[in-house]
Write a protein that binds this ligand. Structure first.
Ligand code: 3HC
Length: 702
């Protein structure tokens, strides 16, 4: 019997059970691959052992390579330990529960048989980390399930559940028993004498005729160019699946290795690894006790059945939580519920959910018109119009009806949480849960802490966000909180660059080239130019020094509100969403420039990009300086999940480090002189630049 730290080996009933024990997720950390190989060698030399079981201890089978080890040396590769499994003289059965991902699934694929618990999930998510599988996964999976299904899984990186994995041919059996380990030992005993052993290195199962294969790869290539032209990893993954259909197993492995080496330390992989850990870091709340588990939200109410409220209600229904939608009149309610029904209808048409799922989700949503009907809910989220008096009234009503212990949340995107908290006698129950439109799709939930909000309320709201499948990140209360506040300067500079002679289509082209799926002006046309109009009016009224944005104001006043009015920053043909540059916009720009005596000039692409993003970097530094976000990486998470910032750039602050704090500061100082106080360098930016540090490591004062 051998025992390596993270791999436990024991013989049970003539079966060598190799159990991975590397919490929290059984990543292939130091010693795991070696431990598997040692155990195989011991068992293969032991006449009392007829077969092996490879299993995980804890919540998962194996979550794949240890991501923290990337970029450094690994004494043994996944390719080597997977080969040791495939070459074992005695059969190896993978017994999967929880996740088998990346290198974890690659080990399972090298096994001769795979059984799983019903809740298991498997996948090769490497592309989402900017790399490709390098333990034979692309070659084995393609041979096992055929090029079509393998291409889909490997290029997208998506996980599949046990039932789908069985259907695809990844699993031999799903075992629905209390102890997977003993079922696996039984299974191993049953197949122990089977020879020859099945191999996922042999011929491709479910092959396609050559012409269909060519079309499959050609279509996939085109789709990648359309959807993720900036990313190298999915393209390499595609080439590897193609290689699995045309080359020997060994040649395919060599290519995997070559591509992996090429990608592992490239900027794309570094940014994506950073984003992976930034997301997990954002879940950590300084001061929260790790021993206290916040209680889940099992029922929710939404006040306001408009677009935002409806989207939030859908987010609850999507994860099976009962949700009530409260609106003032039956008519408003009917409109809101109809919108929800229509949205689900679109998903059914698109094939992303079934009719049965739609019915199930709709059944979770109940419309009510009386506050008394929502009092028993665990949480309520106010999503009414952004008007202070309205919010105060809603919160005072909520205070009267909600049961003790309920969370009182606001979806406000800018109004100080304390205003709502002070309208109640329980300010400790009040926090922000700021969703991003469309709320059932966008993954960010910005959790906002008012001055009376205790850490327990924040922790419970963060748990609610996580249970909704959202990525939560905490902000302090201030105008715009952390997400919108850090983005506003970028949008402001873009509008001001228009005054100086840039065009919407030029700025959009630059931001798309940077990696955004759509340009900000095209997006603004979709969401509606009028959305930010009121906010600007409010700010202008509150601040006499506020710099008005004449061009977007004028567009709204002209009725150019975006796609819904057929014209905004672009012009749209009836029933068509294709944006066409519009001479009228040029005229508006020229008029405003003339009226205010602004000199028109041309901009380089770099100036546009830097002026837009540096303004936000400077503001993000101020937000941190004021303690309105815990960490720079939290702001990056907000940009990634709330604003579609290109993930392969890591996030605003990660990207900023690629330019360097000193270079950014020098430019900010120059623009401060030229454009005035809005460009005043933040103290934090100055400090990081002086210390030669990284912006992404910046935190709020402790
Ligand atoms: N390496 C290192 N740490 C990992 C890890 C990994 N592969 N996967 C998860 N962790 C860590 C997380 O950072 C987190 O640490 P923390 O508590 O200190 O913040 C902890 O494990 C728990 O992770 P989650 O909060 O994400 O736990 P969940 O239960 O929500 O999710 C999971 C579990 C689905 C496994 C998710 O963690 C995940 O997707 N992990 C990454 C899986 C992956 O991408 N694997 C492929 C790696 S690449 C590879 O295998 C290359 C090979 O081909 C050679």
């Amino acid at each position: 019997m051998s025992e390596v730290q993270t791999v436990k080996y024991a013989v049970e009933d003539g079966v060598g059970v190799i159990a991975i024990d590397n919490p929290p997720v059984n990543a292939l950390g130091p010693g795991v691959r070696e431990g598997i190989m040692d155990a195989l060698a011991t068992g293969n030399a032991d006449p009392a052992v007829q077969a092996f079981v490879l299993i995980g201890i804890g919540r998962n089978f194996m979550a794949g390579a240890d991501i923290r080890q990337f970029g450094g040396a690994r004494p043994v590769s996944t390719r080597t330990s997977a080969a040791a499994i495939a070459e074992s003289g005695k059969p190896v059965v993978a017994a999967i529960h929880g996740y088998a991902l990346g290198g974890g699934l690659e080990h399972a694929l090298a096994c001769h048989y795979r059984i799983a618990a019903p809740g298991a999930r498997v996948g090769l998510p490497e592309v989402s980390l900017g790399i490709v599988p390098a333990g034979g996964g692309t070659q084995r999976l393609t041979r096992l399930i055929g090029p079509k299904a393998a291409l889909d899984m490997i290029v997208s990186g998506r996980h599949v559940g046990a039932a789908e994995a069985l259907r695809l041919g990844i699993l031999n059996e799903i075992v629905d028993v209390p102890t997977l380990r003993s079922a696996a030992v039984q299974y191993a005993r049953r197949i122990a004498a089977t020879r020859p052993l099945p191999s996922s290195q042999a011929e491709v199962r479910r092959p396609l005729p050559a012409d269909e294969l060519a079309v499959l790869f050609e279509d996939a290539r085109k789709s990648l160019l359309r959807k993720s032209r900036h990313l190298k990893a999915p393209q390499k993954a595609l080439a590897l699946v193609e290689a699995a259909t045309s080359r020997t197993f060994e040649e395919g492995l060599a290519l995997e290795h070559e591509f992996f080496k090429e990608l592992e330390n490239a900027d794309e992989a570094k940014a994506l690894r950073y984003a992976f850990f930034a997301e997990r870091e954002a879940a950590k709340i300084p001061g929260a006790s790790p021993l206290v588990q916040p209680s889940p939200v099992r029922s929710a109410a939404i006040v306001g059945g408009g677009t935002m409220g409806g989207g939030i209600a859908m987010a609850f229904a999507d994860v099976g939580v009962e949700v009530k939608v409260l609106d003032m009149s039956q008519e408003a309610l009917d409109r809101g519920i109809k919108r929800i029904r229509d949205n689900y209808g679109v998903s059914v048409k698109r094939g992303s959910i079934t009719q049965a799922q739609m019915d199930e989700r709709l059944a979770k949503i109940r419309g009510v018109t009386d506050y008394a009907d929502i009092g028993d809910c665990d949480a309520v989220i106010e999503a009414v119009f952004e008007r202070v008096d309205l919010k105060q009234e809603v919160f005072s009503r909520l205070d009267q009806v909600m049961k003790p212990g309920a969370l009182l949340l606001t979806n406000s995107s800018a109004i100080d949480i304390d205003i709502m908290a002070n309208a109640t006698k329980r300010p400790q129950a009040v926090a922000g849960a700021h969703f991003f439109a469309p709320a059932n799709v966008m993954k960010l939930c910005e959790v906002v802490r008012g001055s009376a909000t205790p850490i327990e309320t924040i922790a419970r709201t963060m748990k609610m966000a996580r249970d909704l499948g959202k990525v939560g990140a905490v902000a302090g209360s201030c105008d715009g909180f952390a997400a919108n506040r850090s983005r506003t300067p970028m949008m402001t500079e873009m509008m001001l660059m228009l005054e100086e002679g840039a065009l919407p289509e030029q700025i959009d082209r630059i931001m798309v080239a940077f990696g955004y799926p759509m340009g900000p002006f095209a997006v603004n046309d979709m969401s509606g130019l009028d959305v930010s109009y009121e906010g600007r009016k409010r700010r202008a009224a509150a601040d006499p020094g506020y710099r008005k944005l004449h061009i977007p104001d004028r567009m709204v006043e002209m009725g150019r509100k975006g796609q819904k009015t057929g014209a905004g920053w672009y012009r749209y043909a009836e029933g068509d969403r294709t944006p066409h540059p519009d001479e009228v916009v040029k005229q508006v720009i020229a008029e405003v420039a003339k009226e205010f005596g602004i000199v028109q000039r041309t901009f380089s692409d770099e100036e546009i990009l830097h002026r837009a993003l540096f303004a936000s970097v400077n503001e993000a530094c101020r937000i941190l300086e004021e303690g309105k976000a815990y960490r720079a990486s939290d702001i990056d998470v907000m940009w990634l999940y709330g604003f579609g910032f290109p993930r392969h750039r890591g996030g605003l602050m990660f990207w900023a480090d690629s330019v360097g704090a000193s270079a950014i500061l020098a430019q900010v100082q120059e623009w401060h002189e030229r454009y005035g106080k809005r460009w005043k360098p933040s103290v934090l930016l100055e400090r990081v630049a002086a210390a030669g540090g990284r912006l992404r490591d910046a935190t709020a004062p402790q």
